[in-house]
Write a protein that binds this ligand. Structure first.
Ligand code: ATP
Length: 315
């Protein structure tokens, strides 16, 4: 058996080495980026068994992603290489400190060709949790069908579904995003929206009203509130859990994925929900203190040390 299975697109990310318009830049830092692979790495570092798969280009960037995931101890046995399409790329431009822009080269990427046929049901049903994000259904029609096929496999095999809406309005139209993401949320067991995504999906304005709506039918909702922490609700309980104080926010990206990894790890450990959320807050806080999306994802001993040394922001 396996603790977690997840899939989606990971890309090579080239970040401009300097702060200037990208047409003048000639040096880049190369990293890997992908919400699902970040969560896979996070949960693996926390000591659980994880499978992640994708369709990668048969090119140097596909090999870079594959080897990185393999090096993180994630099972990549269900990954495929495509000869028809390349690995997706994107570039990060820093025009000035407050103006960071993203340029995607991901249309018709290998990952966007994922299709339901690529899912290995016998493999996926061995997992306790399936993690999916709202990015994958935005990539292509076949990716969207793959997400719904994966949901079907999970629900018919008792695999719990954790859903992070990860709204990306650069990838699809607002009304379509709302319809599809609401549909997926309705089929998930655990929903991890940011408060803005909660507002987007429900049209409600307060955390209580959003959580009440999304937790209908026995679901667990854990809403991310940035440095304030998170608010959780299920059929039996609800509550706010304060975030941890951070010395300096070096890079806010990836906090949400670290948070998801913390939630999944806590659920796997069968901890009480408030404790699960507290650990996830600690991991989110650890991630924002480090450059990169996955570089700051901690191991258990770092989480324990951080939690015992820090006090919550509002304590
Ligand atoms: P992302 O930018 O990765 O998409 P997100 O919008 O999904 O993030 P956030 O609410 O920004 O999610 O962050 C997730 C969690 O990380 C928060 O719920 C909180 O626990 C922690 N966190 C984020 N930013 C901070 C911060 N500045 N200080 C302390 N904790 C933070």
């Amino acid at each position: 058996s396996m603790d977690l299975v997840t899939f989606g697109e990971s890309m090579a990310l080239f970040t401009s080495a300097r702060t200037l318009p990208l047409q003048y830049e000639n040096q880049y830092f190369r990293q890997m980026a992908g919400a699902e692979s970040n969560v896979a790495i996070g949960v693996s570092r926390l000591g659980h068994s994880v499978g992640w798969f994708s369709k990668l280009g048969n090119d140097p960037f596909g090999e870079f992603i594959y080897k990185t995931m393999q090096g993180e101890g994630v099972d990549v046995s269900r990954c495929q290489y495509s000869n028809e399409a390349p690995t997706g790329l994107f570039f990060k431009e820093k025009r000035n400190a407050g103006d960071v822009r993203i340029y995607y080269y991901r249309q018709h990427s290998a990952a966007s060709m994922l299709q339901p046929y690529d899912l290995d049901e016998d493999y996926m049903k061995r997992a306790r949790y399936l993690h999916i994000t709202g990015i994958t259904p935005a990539l292509s029609k076949s990716c969207r069908e793959t997400v719904f096929a994966a949901i079907e496999i999970a629900s018919s095999n008792g695999v719990k579904i954790v859903f992070d809406p990860n709204l990306r309005l650069k990838l699809w139209a607002e009304d379509e995003a709302k319809r599809v993401l609401s549909d997926i949320a309705g089929k998930s067991d655990i929903i991890l929206p940011g408060i803005d995504e909660g507002m987007f999906l429900t049209g409600e304005n307060t955390r209580e009203a959003i959580a009440a709506r999304l937790s209908k039918d026995g679901k667990t909702v854990i809403m991310k509130l940035g440095k304030e922490g998170a608010f959780y609700q299920n059929a039996n309980e609800n509550g706010a859990v304060s975030g941890f104080a951070v010395q300096e926010v070096v890079d806010p990206v990836g906090a949400g994925d670290g948070f998801s990894a913390g939630i999944i790890s806590g659920l796997l450990r069968d901890e009480p929900l408030s404790m699960v959320v507290k650990r996830a807050n600690a991991i989110g806080a650890l991630v924002v203190g480090v450059n990169g999306d996955s570089e700051g994802l901690p191991k258990n001993e770092e989480v324990e040390r951080f939690m015992s040394r820090s006090s919550s922001v509002q304590d």
